[in-house]
Design a binder for this molecule. Structure first.
Ligand code: ADP
Ligand code: MG
Length: 341
């Protein structure tokens, strides 16, 4: 293999593909980023349609605020966002997006068509982007909101495309993604269609209704409510009774300030609250919303925003463990300590 003679700057297209690889790992990442955008746009109804387990097409349709005519092409350039202005804003992120990377990353590795209309415009704007190059902007008809269609994901990155798993596996990642977003946003209705067939459909409601809809009534029956507040955090959601557990953390749904994250620390803190009530290596089901002061949470630690860093982690985890303990006690699932004679 030849070694380049000189150090040189990579061309724009190569840079974009490298960057895209960090954010967009598989079809489910596209679904996640597009739903995040719909939620940030204040959508109350989100519809996801996929074909070929996402590798043929992924379409997300929302009834959110929409994108203005002039802004639509800009949305596809790298690091362009309407959600923050300067680095100071990084310490008080209230939106799911803020890096301005999703649309540009998706568009670098697929063929995208965006149709969007804001309330103050009679017509919608339509933009096509292929392999990162933005085409002409045209007018079209549509209701207020945004529709993003992503076709032929990874068509220009054969290595990535080859790495895609079976349709079944990719579909289960997509379903898991939509399930997570749906659990975090019960006030928004969600529909997921695969090859025109309904995989998931849930109307707006309370968190408990949402759990019945996406996790099933059998699971929901095993859950008890939890509510907790101290100086540092507030918590609300549901945890499973001690008799119900899994061999992995797949039923751990955690939302920190509305953002679904993966957190072994929170998972362990929840487990600790059960003391010896769970067998070794077993995990409870938990759907937990954690609200912490924005300054205590660093959300800018992972390109796909899957993790956050908590500045007072130990105290927060202690709070979570005692919240779980209290919830189990309230349900009389923990024997009260006998008063000493
Ligand atoms: P980010 O979400 O980090 O800002 P994205 O690349 O995901 O970056 O999106 C770029 C911009 O495009 C957003 O900041 C937003 O202004 C606009 N946008 C994207 N999707 C939508 C949508 N569904 N509804 C309204 N605006 C959107
Ligand atoms: Mg985004």
């Amino acid at each position: 293999m030849g070694k380049p003679e000189h150090i040189h700057l990579l061309d724009e297209a190569t840079i974009n593909q490298i960057a895209a690889g960090e954010v967009i790992e598989r079809p489910a990442s596209v679904v996640k980023e597009l739903i995040d955008n719909s939620l940030d746009a204040g959508a109350s109804d989100i519809r996801v349609e996929i074909e070929g387990a996402g590798s043929k097409s992924i379409t997300v349709i929302d009834d959110g605020s929409g994108i203005g005519r002039d802004e639509a092409p800009v949305a596809f350039t790298k690091h362009s966002t309407s959600k923050i202005e300067s680095k100071d804003d990084l310490h008080r992120i209230i939106t799911l997006g803020f890096r301005g990377e999703a649309l540009s990353s998706i568009a670098a590795v697929s063929r995208v068509e965006l149709i969007s209309r804001t309330a103050d415009c009679l017509s919608a704007v339509k933009v096509r982007v292929e392999g990162g190059s933005v085409g002409e902007t045209t007018d079209t008809g549509s209701s207020v909101g945004t529709r993003v269609e992503v076709r032929d994901l990874f068509y220009n990155t054969p290595a990535r495309r080859k790495y895609l798993k079976s349709k079944r596996t990719e579909l289960s990642h997509i379903t898991d993604t939509v399930t997570r977003q749906a659990l975090g946003n019960p006030e928004v209705s969600f529909t997921l269609l695969n090859e025109g067939k309904v995989v998931l459909r849930c109307g707006k409601g309370e968190l408990f209704d949402r759990m019945v809809q996406v996790l099933g009534a059998d699971v929901a029956r095993q859950l008890i409510p939890l509510e907790y507040k101290d100086d540092l955090l507030s918590l609300w959601g549901y945890i499973s009774k001690p008799g119900y557990y899994r061999s992995n953390r797949e039923m751990n749904y955690f939302f920190v300030n509305g953002r679904n994250i993966s957190s072994p620390a929170i998972s362990n803190a929840v487990r600790l609250g059960y003391y010896t009530m769970l067998p070794k290596g077993r995990y409870p089901a938990a759907v937990l919303n954690v609200k912490i002061n924005l300054e205590e949470v660093d959300v800018n630690v992972h390109p796909a925003k899957r993790y956050v860093r908590l500045s007072r982690e130990n105290e927060i985890m202690d709070g979570i463990s005692s919240a779980v303990e209290q919830a189990l006690k309230q349900e009389k699932l923990v024997p009260e300590a006998k008063p000493s004679p």
